[in-house]
Design a protein around this ligand. Sequence first.
Ligand SMILES: Cc1ncc(COP(=O)(O)O)c(C=O)c1O
Length: 385
Amino acid sequence: MQDSTKGIRLQTDRTSYREHSVPMFLTSSFVYHDAEHAETMFRGQGEGDIYSRFSNPNTTELIDKVCAMEGAEAGVATASGMAAIFNTLAAHLRAGDEVVASNALFGNTTYILKNILPSWGIKCTFVDLSDLGGWETAITDHTKLVIVETPSNPGLELIDLEWLGSLCKKHNTIFAVDNCFATPIIQKPLTYGADLSIHSATKWMDGQGRVLGGIVVGREEYTSPIFDFLRRTGASMSPFNAWILSKSLETLELRMERHCSNAQKLAEYLQNHDRIAHVNYPYLANHPQHDLALSQMKMGGGIVTCDIRGGKEESFAMINRLQMLSITANLGDSRTIITHPYTTTHSKLSAEDKVKAKISDSTLRISVGLEHIDDIISDIAQALD
Ligand SMILES: Cc1ncc(COP(=O)(O)O)c(C=O)c1O
């Protein structure tokens, strides 16, 4: 089955009502035939659900779809993308463990690694995504977990997943990839040797900016401790959100194709604009890792970042002149969104960390939507001109 078919056809068993579209299972708990059945279920020997903090038909359907799309054995659905990242780290790490992470990560992931984990006795080392020698030195037999984003938010830097995957294997280290920017349609990290692929389902998976959600899929050996941690600590995905997200997966491939073709056209337009100093898009020939992007990513992605000539003042003036684009911190929506990461999503990073994550006060992140490309370009053109 192809990804588009998996997103549409993998669904929860039909109920006795013979519905065509899967219903929402808005129930906190599930009933048992008798006391013996309840005992069997709590012993973990029965089929089906017990309580929606643990599992629910809607979350199971969503997890099964993402597993099928990514080629994963098992998965866990969480309340948000950050819950997916935090539960992954918290379930696997103990005092004394060491983590190696990339400098270019979503701001809150960096916050957890820099501020929360060290206070629990977990050491975190940071490496530039493109510094291959740095990864070789930082990852040792003491490293418990490696975490990267590729493409990174918002710098759109990449790392060769196959290369990093084999380095992690050599040191027997858990290799986790935040695959949010690529989605399973564009990139399947597990096929390159990652053990866990993490998503903020809030972004492209939802695709319409409605609900929060997170998913971790991968080798069962590594997802199962996350499931155990989550079912006890409670950051589970709600059945309602799972229902929305599962329906959204029915159109993910179709939407990503349009997001990516719009993004490519916008990147090419911006590249030739004299008010833009630099454009960053993995499928542009001038991207420093263009060849890697072509081999590792099926399409270029829906995010374009650029540096406007000038600084914060010029960036704000351009943003404020926009008439159609939305000014918000989300991404992966059907509506095109502009964000100034320096003062919003990544504002809590130190000046030094912003430089490492390739964010300046002239950086603009554009999440390219599904509107007609002529309308997107025309709004940006009038704001720049
Ligand atoms: C790459 C990446 N990972 C994780 C997250 C966190 O996701 P959520 O907002 O669903 O918690 C984000 C949010 O922007 C993100 O961009």
